[in-house]
Ligand binder design. Structure first.
Ligand SMILES: C[S@@+](CC[C@H](N)C(=O)[O-])C[C@H]1O[C@@H](n2cnc3c(N)ncnc32)[C@H](O)[C@@H]1O
Length: 302
């Protein structure tokens, strides 16, 4: 039998496997961008969606969706990604401006355009790690748009199951500079031992003043939600079966791990932020978002 990690590795670019999920998030960001009450704006997102054969027919505006906001995928799930984008934009900018981080590392960066969209402090460097095929596609689309980053941007094509630390340092990362790390929509695709080693590596590479945000899923049995409107519509409408892409082994306690290493941690639900912003998804029955948690961590001075 082919295991999840192997299946995810089989497709290199954005055309299938886990790479296709980067296009799903881009489509959601495109839809969010064009909402009159948008939580986050990403003018590049729709260009990715329209450029890839796998997604060229997906909607990039909610008006193109039959059922509009009532559609579980392009309504509620897309809004979820819009909210996540906004919350993590705010976290990264706060960590850089008020917190003093001068390096940003986006793990599993996918089609994240924060290096181009956000106002970074002078001297800030944004490292983007993802697999080669995904970064190549991103480079091609952004190149066609003559997009200019607002910080020094360093793409690092690699698989996070390999030795990424050496590649990051070779690319100019400085372990003595306070850093903000982001693993957005990533960890549940990776084997649990890879998650544990990522957390350990980020800790080792982080001096005091560094920060980290990531997303986890708390449910022990994700398959309970197989027929939830959210997973079912993603499977039926665009052929992405998220449950077969997620790693199916028990997850490590990364929040406890970080706390044990001296980080201060805060765990929030997406719904907390919906209430804060006055828009976004709220709990519903048979909800695939029920166990999603957004974790924010800071490494204090000794
Ligand atoms: C759901 S997308 C999220 C992308 C981006 N963080 C965002 O929120 O827009 C997941 C990303 O993780 C990347 N990814 C998954 N497994 C990976 C691995 N083993 N090494 C590097 N990247 C990986 C995929 O290629 C994909 O771009």
């Amino acid at each position: 039998m082919v295991d999840t990690a192997q299946r995810n590795a089989d497709v290199e670019g954005v055309d299938g496997g886990v790479g296709l999920t980067a296009l799903l998030v881009a489509a959601a960001r495109a839809i969010e961008t064009h909402r009159p009450d948008s939580l986050a704006r990403d003018v590049y997102a729709e260009h990715f969606v329209l450029a890839a054969p796998a997604s060229a027919r997906w909607p990039v505006r909610v008006e193109q969706v039959p059922g509009g906001d009532r559609d579980p995928l392009w309504g509620r799930f897309a809004r979820y990604f819009g909210l996540r984008t906004r919350v993590l934009d705010d976290f990264l900018l706060r960590s850089a401006h008020a917190g003093g981080a001068r390096q940003v590392v986006l793990l599993g960066a996918g089609l994240d355009t924060r290096a181009f969209r956000l106002g970074w402090p002078a001297g800030c460097v944004v490292f983007e790690i993802d697999r080669e095929g995904v970064l190549e596609f991103k480079h091609r689309v952004l190149g066609g748009l003559s997009a200019t980053p607002k910080a020094r941007r360093v793409p690092i094509p690699l698989d996070l199951r390999a030795d990424w630390v050496g590649a990051l340092i070779d690319a100019g990362f400085d372990p003595a500079t306070p850093t903000v790390w982001l693993a957005e929509g990533l960890l549940f695709y990776l084997p649990s031992e890879v998650e544990t080693s990522l957390i350990g590596a980020m800790d080792r590479l982080s001096p005091a003043g560094s920060a980290l945000a990531f997303e986890v899923k708390l449910e022990r049995d994700l398959w309970v939600y197989r027929d939830s409107p959210l997973y079912a519509s993603t499977r039926q409408q665009i052929g992405i079966d998220l449950l077969t892409l997620f790693d199916d082994q028990p997850r490590p306690d990364s929040v406890g791990d970080l706390a044990g290493r001296g980080w201060s941690t805060t765990v929030r639900t997406p719904f907390d932020f919906t209430r804060e912003h006055g828009r976004g998804p709220l709990p519903e029955p048979n909800d695939a978002l029920e166990g999603n948690r957004w974790v924010f961590a800071r490494k204090p001075s000794p």
